[in-house]
Design a protein around this ligand. Sequence first.
Ligand code: AMP
Length: 575
Amino acid sequence: MKPIVGIDLGTTNSEVAIIREGRPLVIADAAGKQIVPSFVGRSPTGEMLVGELARNQYTVDPERTIKSIKRKMGSDERVNLGEETYTPPEISAFILRRLKSMAEEFLGESVEQAVITVPANFSDKQRQATKDAGEIAGLEVLRIINEPTAAALAYRLDREEDQFLVVYDLGGGTFDVSVIEINSGVVEVRASHGNTELGGDDFDAALVKYIAEDFKQQHGIDLQADRRSLARLTRAAEAAKIQLSDAPFAQIREEFIATQDGKPLHLEMEIERSRFEALVSDMLESTIECVQQALEDASLSADEINKVLLVGGSTRIPRVADILEDVMMAQPHLEVDPDLCVAMGASAQAGIIAGEPIDAVLVDVSPHSLGIEVAEWQMMGPVFDQYNVIIRRNTPVPVSKSEVYTTLSPDQKNVEIKVYQGEEPIASHNTLLGEFLLEGVKQTKRGQPEIIVNFDYDVNGIVHVSGKDKRTGAAQEITVTATPDRLTEEQKADATERVGDVEIVWDAAPTDSHEDAVVLLERASEVDDSLADGEEKTDLRELISALETALGNQDEEAIDELQEELLDLLYDLED
Ligand code: AMP
């Protein structure tokens, strides 16, 4: 059978996937990379560059490099690349050719058919341009499917009961939210909204601006004025942003980023997660307005939505799930890798077309939330026994996450760290997995020390928990084991119903051995009838009556013994 690949042709990144052993698999290139940046460039020596190389060139030579061609699909605009001009489908075809050859290298055979995804709000013209791009690249496009539909297919929600979903897709350059209806296995977009000019690049830009302003205040030099230092700063900002998704601080260190009076200047700075969140907060809030608009367009309210799926690399920012949970009142799903989810769903659609049985993507997740006990300051003072989650339930593992905490009393020397597993807001209502004392905390005003607590969760459910005072470096750690999955509330209710329906006989029914004894007694009385009076008949009658008494008393031990004796006697008599 000829292979059919699934392709996510994204604004920032693209991926190609196939079905392997019934499951979606995203193909990696020779260097092991699954994500191909959607950049196309011409090197100064005339070579055509696609992906990482083109992206690297973009930062220093944007005239010879094209990014975000997806935004121009369906328009008549032409773009310049070196000396030549190209149409948007032609530029997209370079990306598709790269993906096609990755798949061919992996499979060892030619690939000629594909399913390609597009945003739900793409017009017919934009869809046709995408199909054209496929054909230019030598691919027969069997189907164009909507990106949120692909996400639902990656989770195989088409096989579940009828339901409504919200697919929230925040990538590098665009934001889309769609309300999806699943009805008898058919996945349909009911409403879609978004902002084609909002994504991770804007978060990077906000961070760049903040860092550049700080640097300017210190040294009087604007790093944004020089293309090379801006390029380095942008990369450093993106790396810091990604770190902040898992840690409360990120360090930025760029040596020799500028010169002053002939002397080199270095950039060295620490960014706090809360600072980053403040910088992007308005942008994130604007996505929530789009969610509300999409719900309104679909004539649905938040409580009618069964699941929320997160798609796109920027949804790894923890604040995204938090604000969405507040409006949707349900914890969003991030189990399937948000960068690869759409490509996987496209390959699931390819598999469905080919008639293959397809399973959902297999991911190991933490079955429960993990966190520590904290005290929270409220109006009346500290409230103890509060649960602060560090790793949320259903987070793909392995995973490493840290949070920062502080002291409660002045001159506090030690901090007790209690590790819990569970979902209850009161810490002690969860399962205590372990505890330890961090000694050697800097003695100062309460709320001053910064204690970083890190959870490292491996695929076997082993969790290394460490606490460290950022200032003194004092550290302590323990290893605990997260207990395996317990029954969910739904499973419990289901099991209770099934067990509750079964009638149970409480009185002990006669056991098999008693049946044997009854049969044996019948046989013995037949022998008794045939025996003439004498010693043997007396012995037999005594045994029969003893066994009858033992049966009446349910004296198991005596029943067994007397049965044996009776059997022996009958054996002799019947001989
Ligand atoms: P996509 O277009 O879906 O591939 O998303 C790419 C965007 O996701 C880029 O802006 C990345 O910087 C961003 N991104 C990837 N991983 C993370 C992360 N762990 N935290 C925050 N943003 C991320």
